[in-house]
Design a protein around this ligand. Structure first.
Ligand code: NAD
Ligand code: LMR
Length: 330
Protein backbone atom coordinates (compact mmCIF):
# COMPACT_ATOMS: atom_id res chain seq x y z
CA UNK A 1 0.00 0.00 0.00
CA UNK A 2 1.81 3.09 -1.18
CA UNK A 3 -0.94 5.63 -0.50
CA UNK A 4 -0.54 8.23 2.26
CA UNK A 5 -2.35 7.07 5.40
CA UNK A 6 -5.58 8.71 6.51
CA UNK A 7 -5.09 9.84 10.09
CA UNK A 8 -8.22 9.39 12.24
CA UNK A 9 -8.61 10.42 15.87
CA UNK A 10 -11.26 8.68 17.94
CA UNK A 11 -12.00 10.17 21.34
CA UNK A 12 -13.39 7.99 24.10
CA UNK A 13 -11.46 5.12 22.55
CA UNK A 14 -11.85 2.86 25.58
CA UNK A 15 -15.62 3.37 25.74
CA UNK A 16 -18.46 1.27 24.41
CA UNK A 17 -18.77 2.98 21.03
CA UNK A 18 -15.00 3.15 20.62
CA UNK A 19 -14.83 -0.61 21.04
CA UNK A 20 -17.05 -1.13 17.97
CA UNK A 21 -15.99 1.84 15.90
CA UNK A 22 -12.22 1.41 15.91
CA UNK A 23 -12.25 -2.09 14.47
CA UNK A 24 -14.48 -1.13 11.58
CA UNK A 25 -12.30 1.83 10.67
CA UNK A 26 -9.14 -0.25 10.96
CA UNK A 27 -10.59 -3.00 8.76
CA UNK A 28 -10.61 -0.78 5.67
CA UNK A 29 -14.39 -0.64 5.53
CA UNK A 30 -14.48 3.15 5.53
CA UNK A 31 -11.48 4.35 3.52
CA UNK A 32 -11.10 1.29 1.31
CA UNK A 33 -8.72 -1.66 1.10
CA UNK A 34 -5.93 0.37 -0.55
CA UNK A 35 -5.81 3.20 1.99
CA UNK A 36 -3.70 2.78 5.12
CA UNK A 37 -5.27 4.13 8.31
CA UNK A 38 -3.41 5.60 11.24
CA UNK A 39 -5.52 5.63 14.39
CA UNK A 40 -5.03 8.15 17.18
CA UNK A 41 -6.85 6.98 20.30
CA UNK A 42 -7.66 9.72 22.82
CA UNK A 43 -8.75 8.86 26.33
CA UNK A 44 -8.83 10.30 29.82
CA UNK A 45 -5.73 9.33 31.84
CA UNK A 46 -7.90 7.05 33.99
CA UNK A 47 -8.97 5.03 30.93
CA UNK A 48 -5.63 4.81 29.12
CA UNK A 49 -5.15 1.20 30.22
CA UNK A 50 -8.45 0.31 28.56
CA UNK A 51 -7.34 2.05 25.36
CA UNK A 52 -4.11 0.06 25.47
CA UNK A 53 -6.13 -3.14 25.67
CA UNK A 54 -8.23 -2.10 22.68
CA UNK A 55 -5.04 -1.26 20.77
CA UNK A 56 -3.68 -4.75 21.52
CA UNK A 57 -6.84 -6.29 20.09
CA UNK A 58 -6.66 -4.04 17.04
CA UNK A 59 -3.15 -5.32 16.38
CA UNK A 60 -4.32 -8.88 16.90
CA UNK A 61 -6.90 -8.53 14.13
CA UNK A 62 -4.07 -8.27 11.62
CA UNK A 63 -5.82 -5.71 9.44
CA UNK A 64 -3.47 -4.93 6.51
CA UNK A 65 -4.98 -1.42 6.31
CA UNK A 66 -4.04 -0.48 9.88
CA UNK A 67 -0.67 1.22 9.56
CA UNK A 68 -0.21 2.65 13.06
CA UNK A 69 -1.94 3.09 16.43
CA UNK A 70 -1.07 5.92 18.78
CA UNK A 71 -2.57 6.38 22.25
CA UNK A 72 -2.89 9.79 23.89
CA UNK A 73 -4.32 11.45 26.96
CA UNK A 74 -3.70 14.86 25.42
CA UNK A 75 -5.95 16.30 22.72
CA UNK A 76 -3.29 18.51 21.08
CA UNK A 77 -1.10 15.47 20.45
CA UNK A 78 -4.02 13.25 19.43
CA UNK A 79 -5.31 15.78 16.88
CA UNK A 80 -1.93 16.59 15.30
CA UNK A 81 -2.38 16.47 11.51
CA UNK A 82 -5.59 14.42 11.60
CA UNK A 83 -7.92 14.15 8.60
CA UNK A 84 -10.93 12.98 10.60
CA UNK A 85 -11.82 13.65 14.23
CA UNK A 86 -14.56 11.39 15.55
CA UNK A 87 -15.54 12.99 18.84
CA UNK A 88 -17.25 10.29 20.84
CA UNK A 89 -15.65 10.62 24.28
CA UNK A 90 -18.12 12.07 26.79
CA UNK A 91 -20.60 10.93 29.41
CA UNK A 92 -23.65 8.93 28.24
CA UNK A 93 -27.06 9.56 29.82
CA UNK A 94 -28.72 7.16 32.22
CA UNK A 95 -32.36 6.07 32.59
CA UNK A 96 -34.86 8.92 32.95
CA UNK A 97 -32.51 11.58 31.53
CA UNK A 98 -32.83 13.57 28.31
CA UNK A 99 -29.65 13.93 26.26
CA UNK A 100 -29.44 17.65 26.95
CA UNK A 101 -29.24 16.94 30.70
CA UNK A 102 -25.60 16.13 29.83
CA UNK A 103 -24.85 19.60 28.52
CA UNK A 104 -23.12 21.01 31.59
CA UNK A 105 -20.88 17.95 32.03
CA UNK A 106 -20.09 17.34 28.39
CA UNK A 107 -20.12 20.87 26.90
CA UNK A 108 -16.71 21.87 28.33
CA UNK A 109 -15.07 18.80 26.72
CA UNK A 110 -15.89 20.30 23.32
CA UNK A 111 -14.42 23.69 24.26
CA UNK A 112 -11.02 22.19 24.96
CA UNK A 113 -11.20 19.76 22.04
CA UNK A 114 -12.30 22.56 19.69
CA UNK A 115 -9.27 24.60 20.78
CA UNK A 116 -7.00 21.59 20.37
CA UNK A 117 -8.32 20.99 16.84
CA UNK A 118 -7.67 24.65 16.09
CA UNK A 119 -4.02 24.29 17.10
CA UNK A 120 -3.31 20.86 15.68
CA UNK A 121 -5.38 20.12 12.57
CA UNK A 122 -6.12 22.05 9.40
CA UNK A 123 -7.25 19.47 6.84
CA UNK A 124 -9.78 17.88 9.16
CA UNK A 125 -13.42 16.89 9.15
CA UNK A 126 -15.03 16.56 12.54
CA UNK A 127 -17.97 14.35 13.49
CA UNK A 128 -19.53 14.80 16.91
CA UNK A 129 -21.23 11.76 18.41
CA UNK A 130 -21.02 12.62 22.14
CA UNK A 131 -24.33 13.95 23.44
CA UNK A 132 -26.03 16.30 23.17
CA UNK A 133 -24.27 16.02 19.82
CA UNK A 134 -25.76 18.98 17.91
CA UNK A 135 -24.90 21.47 20.63
CA UNK A 136 -21.54 19.86 21.42
CA UNK A 137 -20.64 20.23 17.73
CA UNK A 138 -21.72 23.87 17.92
CA UNK A 139 -19.39 24.38 20.89
CA UNK A 140 -16.48 22.63 19.15
CA UNK A 141 -16.72 24.66 15.96
CA UNK A 142 -17.00 27.94 17.86
CA UNK A 143 -13.73 27.12 19.57
CA UNK A 144 -11.97 26.18 16.35
CA UNK A 145 -11.79 29.33 14.23
CA UNK A 146 -9.13 28.06 11.81
CA UNK A 147 -11.28 25.23 10.47
CA UNK A 148 -14.33 26.18 8.37
CA UNK A 149 -17.59 25.54 10.23
CA UNK A 150 -18.86 23.42 7.33
CA UNK A 151 -16.25 20.80 8.21
CA UNK A 152 -18.13 20.06 11.44
CA UNK A 153 -21.14 17.77 11.61
CA UNK A 154 -23.09 15.91 14.27
CA UNK A 155 -24.55 12.46 13.90
CA UNK A 156 -28.25 11.84 13.24
CA UNK A 157 -27.58 8.84 11.01
CA UNK A 158 -28.50 6.47 13.83
CA UNK A 159 -31.96 8.05 13.91
CA UNK A 160 -32.27 7.72 10.14
CA UNK A 161 -31.25 4.06 10.32
CA UNK A 162 -33.72 3.42 13.12
CA UNK A 163 -36.54 5.13 11.23
CA UNK A 164 -35.84 3.15 8.05
CA UNK A 165 -35.69 -0.12 9.98
CA UNK A 166 -39.05 0.56 11.67
CA UNK A 167 -40.72 1.40 8.36
CA UNK A 168 -39.22 -1.62 6.60
CA UNK A 169 -40.50 -3.91 9.36
CA UNK A 170 -43.99 -2.40 9.24
CA UNK A 171 -44.19 -2.51 5.43
CA UNK A 172 -42.65 -6.00 5.14
CA UNK A 173 -39.74 -4.73 3.04
CA UNK A 174 -35.99 -4.92 3.16
CA UNK A 175 -34.51 -1.89 4.90
CA UNK A 176 -32.54 -1.06 1.74
CA UNK A 177 -35.83 -0.34 0.00
CA UNK A 178 -36.63 2.60 2.31
CA UNK A 179 -35.07 5.77 0.93
CA UNK A 180 -34.78 9.50 1.55
CA UNK A 181 -35.86 9.41 5.18
CA UNK A 182 -34.48 12.69 6.49
CA UNK A 183 -34.11 13.49 10.16
CA UNK A 184 -34.67 17.19 10.80
CA UNK A 185 -33.33 19.12 13.77
CA UNK A 186 -31.92 17.88 17.04
CA UNK A 187 -30.72 14.38 17.99
CA UNK A 188 -33.26 14.42 20.81
CA UNK A 189 -36.86 13.56 21.48
CA UNK A 190 -37.93 16.60 19.39
CA UNK A 191 -36.29 15.35 16.18
CA UNK A 192 -38.57 15.10 13.15
CA UNK A 193 -38.17 11.89 11.10
CA UNK A 194 -39.69 13.05 7.80
CA UNK A 195 -41.87 10.20 6.55
CA UNK A 196 -43.71 12.48 4.12
CA UNK A 197 -40.88 12.54 1.57
CA UNK A 198 -39.51 9.05 2.10
CA UNK A 199 -40.21 6.13 -0.20
CA UNK A 200 -40.57 2.41 0.50
CA UNK A 201 -40.12 0.18 -2.52
CA UNK A 202 -42.08 1.81 -5.34
CA UNK A 203 -44.52 3.58 -2.98
CA UNK A 204 -44.60 6.55 -0.68
CA UNK A 205 -43.98 5.48 2.92
CA UNK A 206 -47.49 6.64 3.80
CA UNK A 207 -49.00 4.24 1.25
CA UNK A 208 -46.58 1.44 2.10
CA UNK A 209 -47.60 1.38 5.78
CA UNK A 210 -51.32 1.97 5.19
CA UNK A 211 -51.75 5.64 6.12
CA UNK A 212 -50.49 8.32 8.48
CA UNK A 213 -51.92 7.14 11.82
CA UNK A 214 -49.08 4.76 12.71
CA UNK A 215 -46.48 7.16 11.32
CA UNK A 216 -47.69 10.15 13.36
CA UNK A 217 -47.89 8.15 16.57
CA UNK A 218 -46.00 4.89 17.21
CA UNK A 219 -43.36 5.54 14.55
CA UNK A 220 -42.72 9.17 15.52
CA UNK A 221 -42.36 8.47 19.22
CA UNK A 222 -40.59 5.18 18.51
CA UNK A 223 -37.80 6.95 16.63
CA UNK A 224 -37.63 9.90 19.00
CA UNK A 225 -37.39 7.65 22.07
CA UNK A 226 -35.46 4.70 20.68
CA UNK A 227 -32.28 5.71 22.50
CA UNK A 228 -34.14 5.75 25.82
CA UNK A 229 -35.75 2.37 25.06
CA UNK A 230 -32.31 0.86 24.49
CA UNK A 231 -31.03 2.30 27.76
CA UNK A 232 -34.06 0.86 29.56
CA UNK A 233 -33.44 -2.58 28.02
CA UNK A 234 -29.64 -2.77 28.17
CA UNK A 235 -28.90 -0.56 31.15
CA UNK A 236 -26.41 1.17 28.82
CA UNK A 237 -26.85 3.31 25.76
CA UNK A 238 -26.61 2.10 22.19
CA UNK A 239 -23.07 1.31 21.12
CA UNK A 240 -22.68 -1.06 18.15
CA UNK A 241 -25.52 0.64 16.27
CA UNK A 242 -24.06 4.06 17.11
CA UNK A 243 -20.65 2.99 15.81
CA UNK A 244 -22.27 1.59 12.68
CA UNK A 245 -24.11 4.85 12.11
CA UNK A 246 -20.86 6.77 12.53
CA UNK A 247 -19.30 4.61 9.80
CA UNK A 248 -22.32 5.32 7.55
CA UNK A 249 -22.06 9.04 8.34
CA UNK A 250 -18.40 9.27 7.31
CA UNK A 251 -18.98 7.19 4.18
CA UNK A 252 -21.94 9.34 3.14
CA UNK A 253 -19.81 12.48 3.41
CA UNK A 254 -16.95 10.91 1.46
CA UNK A 255 -18.97 9.45 -1.41
CA UNK A 256 -20.96 11.43 -3.98
CA UNK A 257 -24.64 11.03 -3.12
CA UNK A 258 -26.46 9.37 -6.02
CA UNK A 259 -28.82 11.60 -7.97
CA UNK A 260 -32.20 12.11 -6.29
CA UNK A 261 -31.04 10.69 -2.94
CA UNK A 262 -30.17 12.27 0.40
CA UNK A 263 -28.98 11.38 3.88
CA UNK A 264 -29.27 12.98 7.31
CA UNK A 265 -26.63 14.88 9.25
CA UNK A 266 -26.56 17.91 11.49
CA UNK A 267 -24.54 20.69 9.85
CA UNK A 268 -24.32 24.45 10.45
CA UNK A 269 -27.51 26.06 9.19
CA UNK A 270 -26.80 28.55 6.39
CA UNK A 271 -29.74 30.74 7.45
CA UNK A 272 -31.36 30.37 4.00
CA UNK A 273 -32.84 26.93 4.38
CA UNK A 274 -36.29 26.17 5.77
CA UNK A 275 -36.36 29.14 8.19
CA UNK A 276 -33.73 27.58 10.46
CA UNK A 277 -31.65 30.34 12.09
CA UNK A 278 -28.10 30.64 10.78
CA UNK A 279 -25.39 28.82 12.68
CA UNK A 280 -27.50 26.26 14.56
CA UNK A 281 -26.22 22.70 14.16
CA UNK A 282 -29.35 21.33 12.56
CA UNK A 283 -30.02 18.00 10.91
CA UNK A 284 -31.16 18.44 7.30
CA UNK A 285 -31.40 16.25 4.21
CA UNK A 286 -27.86 16.45 2.80
CA UNK A 287 -26.24 15.60 -0.50
CA UNK A 288 -22.49 15.09 -0.65
CA UNK A 289 -20.56 16.14 -3.75
CA UNK A 290 -17.92 13.51 -3.00
CA UNK A 291 -15.08 16.03 -3.01
CA UNK A 292 -15.34 17.17 0.61
CA UNK A 293 -18.22 19.53 -0.14
CA UNK A 294 -21.90 18.99 0.51
CA UNK A 295 -25.18 20.86 0.18
CA UNK A 296 -28.37 21.12 2.19
CA UNK A 297 -31.07 19.74 -0.12
CA UNK A 298 -33.29 22.62 -1.23
CA UNK A 299 -36.90 22.66 -2.34
CA UNK A 300 -38.32 20.01 0.00
CA UNK A 301 -41.98 20.95 0.11
CA UNK A 302 -42.83 20.98 3.82
CA UNK A 303 -46.41 20.47 4.98
CA UNK A 304 -47.94 22.38 7.89
CA UNK A 305 -47.40 19.24 9.99
CA UNK A 306 -43.69 19.13 9.11
CA UNK A 307 -43.25 22.85 9.66
CA UNK A 308 -44.68 22.59 13.17
CA UNK A 309 -42.35 19.68 14.02
CA UNK A 310 -39.35 21.56 12.63
CA UNK A 311 -40.31 24.66 14.61
CA UNK A 312 -40.40 22.58 17.83
CA UNK A 313 -36.96 21.08 17.33
CA UNK A 314 -35.56 24.49 16.28
CA UNK A 315 -36.88 25.99 19.51
CA UNK A 316 -35.13 23.31 21.55
CA UNK A 317 -31.82 23.88 19.76
CA UNK A 318 -32.11 27.64 20.36
CA UNK A 319 -32.68 26.93 24.07
CA UNK A 320 -29.64 24.64 24.18
CA UNK A 321 -27.57 27.35 22.46
CA UNK A 322 -28.68 29.83 25.10
CA UNK A 323 -27.57 27.46 27.89
CA UNK A 324 -24.06 27.14 26.44
CA UNK A 325 -23.66 30.71 25.16
CA UNK A 326 -20.61 31.34 27.40
CA UNK A 327 -18.85 28.44 25.69
CA UNK A 328 -19.31 29.91 22.19
CA UNK A 329 -16.49 32.21 21.20
CA UNK A 330 -16.44 32.26 17.39
P1 NAD B 1 -18.80 5.24 27.44
O1 NAD B 1 -18.99 5.81 28.80
O2 NAD B 1 -18.82 3.78 27.24
O3 NAD B 1 -17.43 5.76 26.85
C1 NAD B 1 -17.09 7.11 26.85
C2 NAD B 1 -15.58 7.18 26.92
O4 NAD B 1 -15.22 8.54 26.75
C3 NAD B 1 -15.01 6.72 28.27
O5 NAD B 1 -14.03 5.72 28.04
C4 NAD B 1 -14.41 7.99 28.86
O6 NAD B 1 -13.22 7.74 29.60
C5 NAD B 1 -14.12 8.78 27.60
N1 NAD B 1 -14.03 10.22 27.80
C6 NAD B 1 -14.77 11.00 28.61
N2 NAD B 1 -14.35 12.28 28.53
C7 NAD B 1 -13.34 12.30 27.63
C8 NAD B 1 -12.50 13.31 27.12
N3 NAD B 1 -12.60 14.58 27.56
N4 NAD B 1 -11.56 12.98 26.22
C9 NAD B 1 -11.44 11.70 25.80
N5 NAD B 1 -12.19 10.68 26.25
C10 NAD B 1 -13.14 10.99 27.16
O7 NAD B 1 -19.87 5.98 26.50
P2 NAD B 1 -20.36 5.54 25.05
O8 NAD B 1 -21.49 4.60 25.21
O9 NAD B 1 -19.20 5.17 24.22
O10 NAD B 1 -21.02 6.92 24.54
C11 NAD B 1 -20.21 8.05 24.29
C12 NAD B 1 -21.09 9.24 23.94
O11 NAD B 1 -21.79 9.01 22.71
C13 NAD B 1 -22.17 9.56 24.98
O12 NAD B 1 -22.27 10.97 25.14
C14 NAD B 1 -23.43 9.00 24.33
O13 NAD B 1 -24.60 9.63 24.83
C15 NAD B 1 -23.17 9.37 22.89
N6 NAD B 1 -23.97 8.67 21.88
C16 NAD B 1 -24.41 9.39 20.82
C17 NAD B 1 -25.15 8.77 19.82
C18 NAD B 1 -25.67 9.55 18.64
O14 NAD B 1 -26.49 9.00 17.89
N7 NAD B 1 -25.27 10.79 18.41
C19 NAD B 1 -25.43 7.41 19.91
C20 NAD B 1 -24.95 6.69 21.01
C21 NAD B 1 -24.22 7.34 22.00
C1 LMR C 1 -28.92 7.04 21.15
O1 LMR C 1 -29.70 7.64 20.43
O2 LMR C 1 -28.97 5.80 21.30
C2 LMR C 1 -27.84 7.80 21.85
O3 LMR C 1 -27.96 9.18 21.63
C3 LMR C 1 -27.73 7.47 23.30
C4 LMR C 1 -28.87 8.02 24.08
O4 LMR C 1 -28.62 8.64 25.12
O5 LMR C 1 -30.02 7.82 23.70
Amino acid sequence: MSKKPVRVAVTGAAGQIGYSLLFRIASGEVFGPETPVELNLLELPVAIKGAEGTAMELEDCGFPTLSKINIFDNADAAFEGINWGLLVGSKPRGPGMERNDLIRDNGPIFVSQGKALNRAASDVRVVVVGNPCNTNALIALHNCREVPATRFSAMTMLDENRAKAMIAKKAGLNVGEVRNLAIWGNHSSTMYPDFEHATAGQKSVIDAVGGRAWLENDFMVGVQKRGAAIIAARGKSSAASAASACIDHVKHFMEKTPSGKWFSAAVPSDGNSYNVPAGLMFSFPIRSHGDGKYEIVQGVNLSEYARKKIADTTKELLEEREVVKELLVR
